[in-house]
Design a protein around this ligand. Sequence first.
Ligand code: HEC
Ligand code: HEC
Length: 349
Amino acid sequence: MKNKSNFLFILLIICSVFLSFVNDDNPYFSISKKDIKFVNPKGFPEPLYSFKNNKLTPDGFLLGRELFYDEILSKDNTVSCGSCHQRFAAFSHIDHTLSHGIYGRIGNRNIPSLQNLIWNNSFMWDGGITNLEIQPLGPISNHLEMDETIEGIILKLNKSPNYKPLFVKTFGDTIINSERVLKALTQFVGLMISNKSKYDKYIAGKEKFTPEEEHGLQLFRAKCASCHTEPLFTNNSFKNNGLIPDSTLKDIGREKVTSNSADKYLYKVPTLRNIEMTYPYMHDGRFRKLKDILNFYGSNENHTSLTDPLVNKIGPLDFTEKKDIILFLLTLTDKEFLFDRRFADPNVK
Ligand code: HEC
Ligand code: HEC
């Protein structure tokens, strides 16, 4: 009899060890206080979004991650934020020129990367959204993207057995409302911070550039940094960089938001961090290679009547100049960010 209970006891231990592996306690996906500590990177300005009113906690971050990767956020439960914003592409989408949403619907813009968002004062290519916390309402309600309502999501979350415990852990009770959903999502996307590229190490004096990268940086500072300003590689402004408008998309850029004809064909200056991984490029995904972009900026192709004078000033670029600017741009790849386990989809084990 005693042997039997010993046996059962040992079996129980084996089972619980096994379960701890298949469970969410998998250390690859677990999040500790240390993992979500926000420290403003050296050399970065003060962020424009503050976590003061959305206190970072491991449970809040985990809830945000669960929501980000959950298809429940779309009308027919097929599309998650993460299905468009892919981690290894710095949360842009490799290969799709325009975004692909619910029911196979094709959107009208290229999917931007998600990184260093808390330093942005506006979102989307036209700056149509100015608050990071309410930003998810855009894709959720967009009929080409998720085609859902926040009320619909709250109903589904209330019915799901997974979420009640997560809300209790995060907020102390079972209330599921839009404010809580949006705050949790913001904890998750707000911590997507890229500041560990070769460029960052070079600036910190910890790594050296090759002569070509150095030359590329000097050219970049002279010709590109007025818009793609270090260290975030955007100055958060809206500009026309000389693209000839796509006649089928009929995208008018920032004018859509301001109704001011002076804003026609202006687009947000995108960050260039992790640019190696975020192809295709531009608001409509028209360029596939960095080479195409340098050919574009270094030619007459970009001289439309609306082109920003700073682009006109770039002038022709020769082969070596283009190559070295590209070699410099490649130093902006941040592998630590791209492979950061905190942002991995916990459902793909
Ligand atoms: C169907 C694909 C798709 C889905 C699903 C999607 N997005 Fe996006 N996301 C986009 C596109 C396209 C844009 C740019 C839209 C524009 O400029 O009009 C964008 C823009 C953004 C931006 C602004 C980035 C910037 O730098 O301006 C954030 C933040 C964002 N998405 C987060 C989310 C979150 C959170 C979810 C889930 C609630 C989500 N997205 C779901 C395609 C998608
Ligand atoms: C006048 C401001 C300005 C200058 C100067 C400028 N850019 Fe841009 N850049 C932009 C804007 C605006 C966009 C987005 C345009 C769009 O999609 O319609 C952009 C887009 C890009 C993209 C694509 C990013 C993405 O995620 O799709 C790259 C790469 C780029 N620029 C590199 C450069 C380089 C290299 C230079 C210098 C040779 C340069 N830019 C000079 C404003 C500028």
